[in-house]
Design a protein around this ligand. Structure first.
Ligand SMILES: *Cc1c(COP(=O)(O)O)cnc(C)c1O
Length: 379
């Protein structure tokens, strides 16, 4: 941060205009439901301090993080009337801090409900929350029986006014999977025990399912940040990150020469290699060893050997000699190689690539063009 570009080993560019375009596309898709934004894990590694104000300006009025500590960092960026929810809910003892900071917990278990109610009793005040019910994923949320018991409890309703009832889809990334429809039905049943309370079910992939999944508040994350929530996607979301690394050294090696730790790569003939200033300490996955690629002026250059902590060797034999020099930047995520391509080569998902992005990059943030906020629809 704050360093001149020309000394950076690798450059991560974050396009806030693309972020806004993705937000608007999702908002149109789920309207009249409201579109919230999931900004956990520092907005999937992109930097919540940049992402949150831009989404606010685009009309977003509901934000989700995973941890209370994340919420405390983001709360000052939001107007007081803009709710910020903590998906993982409360660890025991965190209730008072959460309430004092105006953060709304998602209550995921009977004990989280009990802790929050206890604080409401102690303070003699109603404390708003979101209630999560388990519709079939068995990760977080109350069971059907626990939900029914709570719905019958008038004291609970007075102590804890519910801002939403939510659940999470396990298989939405596969639109053909019938489990999503089963989850939707179970969710509707449980949510109907709380009449008049807004409903929230859809993650990014859920936003791409039909309107029955959108509820009142949709909760996308990855699609905002340019990842494909469903694969393959006919019209991909706009790329928000671009990653480039600098060429540290160029060399020619003779047939049979090895490269990198363990010499796991060998030259099949005379090859030209470039060593890039990026490695697994930057979140460039070691699983890309001998599998992934870089692009040099649009030409594919496969990774040769193991990705090191701070460097990666690529085979640039197919790149004309005059087209690459030491000090040049080559593309790792960009127009020729999308985020999801890198994730696939690394045997993982775009989420893991983004949230693993390192802190050594020179980060360039392209600001979003000024635009009127999207039409606001109140819940
Ligand atoms: C992370 C998360 C989301 C966002 O999911 P994406 O697949 O990134 O859209 C939504 N809801 C919950 C409960 C989550 O944990």
């Amino acid at each position: 941060m704050g360093l001149p570009d020309n000394i950076a080993g690798a450059i991560l560019t974050i396009d806030l205009g693309a972020l806004v375009a993705n937000y608007r596309r999702l908002q149109r898709r789920v309207a009249p439901a409201q579109l919230s934004a999931v900004v956990k894990a520092d907005a999937y590694g992109l930097g919540a301090a940049h992402v949150v104000p831009v989404l606010l300006a685009a009309g977003c009025r509901h934000f989700f993080v995973a941890h209370l500590a994340e919420a405390l960092a983001i709360r000052p960026l939001l107007p007081a009337d803009c709710p910020l929810y903590v998906l993982n809910g409360l660890v025991p003892g965190a209730e008072a801090l959460c309430a004092d900071q105006g953060v709304v917990p998602v209550l995921n278990s009977v004990s989280q409900v009990a802790g929050w109610r206890q604080l409401a009793v102690t303070r003699g005040a109603a404390l708003p929350a979101v209630l999560q019910v388990d519709s079939g994923m068995a990760r977080l949320g109350l069971s059907a029986a626990e939900t029914a018991a709570l719905a019958d409890d008038d004291t609970f309703r007075r102590q804890v006014p519910l801002r939403a009832v939510m659940s999470h889809l396990a298989c939405a990334d596969d639109p053909a999977n019938p489990e999503s429809e089963r989850q939707r039905r179970r969710f509707q049943q449980l949510a109907s025990l709380f009449p008049g309370v807004p409903r929230s079910l859809a993650n990014s992939a859920g936003c791409l399912l039909d309107h029955g999944f959108h509820g009142d508040i949709a909760r996308p994350g990855i699609a905002l940040y340019g990842g494909d929530p469903t694969n393959p996607l006919e019209t991909p979301f706009e790329a928000v990150v671009r990653l480039e690394a600098r060429v540290l050294q160029l060399r020619s090696v003779p047939a049979g020469a090895g490269a990198g730790y363990g010499l796991s790569w060998h030259a099949r003939g005379t090859r030209r290699l470039a060593t890039l200033s990026i490695g697994y300490a930057d979140g460039w996955p070691r699983h890309l060893s001998n599998r992934g690629s870089a692009f040099v002026r649009g030409i594919r250059a496969p990774i040769a050997g193991r990705v090191s902590m701070d460097s990666t060797i690529i085979d640039v034999t197919d790149v004309p000699e005059a087209a690459i020099a030491e000090g040049d930047l080559v593309e790792l995520i960009g127009p020729n190689q999308r985020l999801d391509d890198v994730a696939r080569d690394a045997g993982t998902i775009s989420y893991e690539i983004l949230t693993g992005l390192g802190h050594r990059y020179q980060r360039r943030v392209l600001s979003a063009p000024e635009q009127p906020p999207t039409l606001e629809i109140s819940a």
